[in-house]
Ligand binder design. Sequence first.
Ligand SMILES: Cc1cc2nc3c(=O)[nH]c(=O)nc-3n(C[C@H](O)[C@H](O)[C@H](O)COP(=O)(O)O)c2cc1C
Length: 179
Amino acid sequence: MKIVVLTGSPHKEGTTDLLASEYAREATDKGHELIRFDTAHMDIHPCIGCDYCRQNDGICIYRDDMKMISDELEDADAVVFVTPLYYFGMTAQLKTVIDRFYATNIALRSTPKKAYLIAAGADEDDWAMDGLKAHFITMCRYMKWEEMGSVLGLGLSVREDALESDYLRQVRDLAYKIE
Ligand SMILES: Cc1cc2nc3c(=O)[nH]c(=O)nc-3n(C[C@H](O)[C@H](O)[C@H](O)COP(=O)(O)O)c2cc1C
């Protein structure tokens, strides 16, 4: 199975990097092909809604790093979104990538994919992930992607918190069960 992992944190060695790395290790150990994009460290311009792509066969007016992601997403079987919680949603960096799906919307919606969400936030309130989860489910429904599961880590302010938590095991399980 070909898995594309899209991370959204600006921290190169932060909490969600640990969760994404753990996921990737388990999935590759199982023999899956996995390609990871750390979107916060890529050159990806926000969509400006100009509709240039609508008149130009899905080619975006911005010739930036989004092309690399779009090319890999085309034939991916699964997409894993990994983000720290920023004001109870995903980071702007990850959302920027999702907005850029617009150019290749038809192709993305017509190729079946499994979708997973991995997130970490500092809060411990049981409602802290509600907004993010609802957005993810709604997006999957629209994209016609199968929403397969999530690991939503609460009480994770820094990487060390995740190291001591059960969330690493949960992320490994998520990767182990992918098929
Ligand atoms: C701008 C900003 C906004 C944040 N908003 C939230 C939030 O709404 N809820 C929460 O629980 N944690 C919030 N946090 C904390 C991060 O989600 C948390 O520290 C996370 O572990 C960071 O992961 P990372 O190291 O992978 O970036 C915020 C952090 C920043 C910098």
